[in-house]
Design a protein around this ligand. Sequence first.
Ligand code: FO1
Length: 318
Amino acid sequence: MALSGDYRVTLFVGGVGGARLAYGLAQCLPPERLTIVVNVGDDFWHLGLKICPDSDTVMYTLAGLVDPVNGWGLAGESTQMLDSLRRFDPDGGETWFRLGDKDLATHLERTRLTSMGVRLTEITESLSRALGVRHPLLPVTDDEVPTLVDTEEYGELAFQTYFVRYRWQPNVRALTYDDANHASVTPEVAAAIERADAIIFAPSNPWLSVDPMLAVGDLRERLMRRNVPRIAMTPILGGAAVKGPAAKLMGELGLPVTAQAVAEHYGDLLTGFVDDTVNPEFSTDLNVLRTDTLMKDDAARVRVAGDVLAWLEGGGGA
Ligand code: FO1
């Protein structure tokens, strides 16, 4: 399906769940009508390389290159570098973060360009274009804004240490995005917000993927100023997360594991909400679309994207 006229959507995404909606929307909307803004709070330096996991997850998904099982990294990967690295430290050393051999090329090229002073926005554009991605993929900021996770067991952890090294098992006390508060959105992201006819928050983790973006400079205020549908999709289905730590995290933060709690967390940022039919209906001022949101394969991703766009086109979400 295609929206009429020159209706433009700006989509905010985190990792795997967000990438799936991005894929669906990219099948429905041409590049000039869909801009994808990606979280950089998960980015980190590892083995001397600049790694941008959410950006790469979206880029590989849109390019049709993503590993279909993990939902991140490249399909058909090998691990010769990791196997060789492990020989230097039988305890594994820095091999806990699984960098595949083919994926390494992306990190090497990004690191090379970063060391030359090229902006992350331009680097991401150049990498995406080379892989055949047609839709604009924009890091929310060019600044480094690492998310920190305060845990009961280990105190404050870098995001990937919490997420990958400790497999998101530590109990979370709080999340901090302090660097993001002092960062600024890029001119490209600011322009994508200004020209959007609808703003969509993907079914990414609101605390780990979306909040780090909303914490960047004046992003929230910029979004609030736009009198267009601002909608989010639930990452919670039937009291559980589709993938990752959203449900566990909500419990640790003292919240009920419900779509309603997600919608209330976004608060007045939203005018509309996409909820799943498996979830109980709840009382809200938001304009709600209830549909099957599970994006288990490419066909489902396109169908969900089409449902959301048809709803918006019919005046939904406002
Ligand atoms: N996720 C994992 O659970 N384990 C890994 O070893 C891992 C490696 C990895 C390498 C490159 C990349 O782009 C992503 C990678 N991810 C890995 C995914 C990623 O760290 C997380 O899913 C996100 O940061 C959370 O959105």
